[in-house]
Design a protein around this ligand. Structure first.
Ligand code: DX5
Ligand code: ZN
Length: 226
């Protein structure tokens, strides 16, 4: 059975002005489906971004879904605090959790959706046994740690494998593409099988973030009407 797939836009606040974070999010809120929150620990990735207090502050100004991408070791240790701060979905990395079953259980126990992210060198086959645990799968299309990097074309192949797997197993797992997405390539990612699109610098890095989101939406909705 073919399920209908919803296309969702998740702007990454990594590219926003942190001094005006609430305003930045509320400006685009009517046009987006969730907020992508990149948490970096300076160990798993060579950068530090933001953490639980920032998520809690942002939760006070928006009801949007928080898609928390945890680029960190021991991520599950912080699930209760993340939930209390307002996280709705947590993504952990397969490279940190080669067996993510316990982390999936802990997310579920906290009442959060669960997702696994894979880095560019990690093949889809490595995560395939765990897709059924996931509400979403994240295919990294850049090496994690920094916004504004160039999209890695090889990730398209993994989106295709993931979409084939999800459809052939009659699963409803979302496929998120994260990194280097903009108006010029979002449709290619959609055609390859992604349905949740993270966009950082191509939204908050622009003078007109609302216009940028609307253009992304236009690119992916042109196919839906066919
Ligand atoms: C990279 C992060 C991405 C990043 C995307 O480590 O996981 O979510 O914010 O930023 P852009 O869209 O600028 O590549
Ligand atoms: Zn991310």
């Amino acid at each position: 059975m073919l399920r209908s797939v919803r296309n969702l836009i998740a702007p990454s606040i990594l590219a926003a002005d942190f001094a005006r974070l609430g305003d930045e999010v509320n400006n685009v809120a009517p046009y987006v489906d969730m907020v992508h929150v990149d948490v970096m620990d300076g160990h798993f990735v060579p950068n530090i971004s933001l953490g639980i207090p920032v998520i809690a502050s942002l939760r006070k100004v928006t009801d949007l879904k928080f898609d928390c991408h945890l680029m960190m070791q021991n991520a599950d240790r912080y699930f209760p605090e993340l939930k209390a701060a307002g996280a709705d979905l947590v993504s952990v990395h397969l490279e940190v959790y080669p067996d993510p079953r316990r982390a999936a259980e802990r997310a579920s126990a906290e009442g959060m959706e669960f997702s696994i992210a894979i880095n560019p060198p990690t093949e889809f086959a490595a995560v395939a046994p765990f897709v059924e645990l996931c509400d979403m799968l994240v295919i990294m299309s850049v090496h994690p740690g920094f916004g504004g990097q160039e999209f890695i074309d090889d990730s398209l192949r993994k989106m295709e494998s993931a979409r084939n797997f999800i459809e052939s197993h009659d699963l409803a797992t979302d496929i998120e593409v994260d990194g280097g997405i903009g108006a010029a390539n979002i449709k290619r990612a959609q055609d390859a099988g992604a349905n949740v699109f993270v966009a950082g610098s191509s939204v908050f890095g622009k003078k007109d973030p609302v216009g940028a989101v609307r253009e992304l939406r236009r690119q992916i909705e042109s196919r839906e009407s066919v």
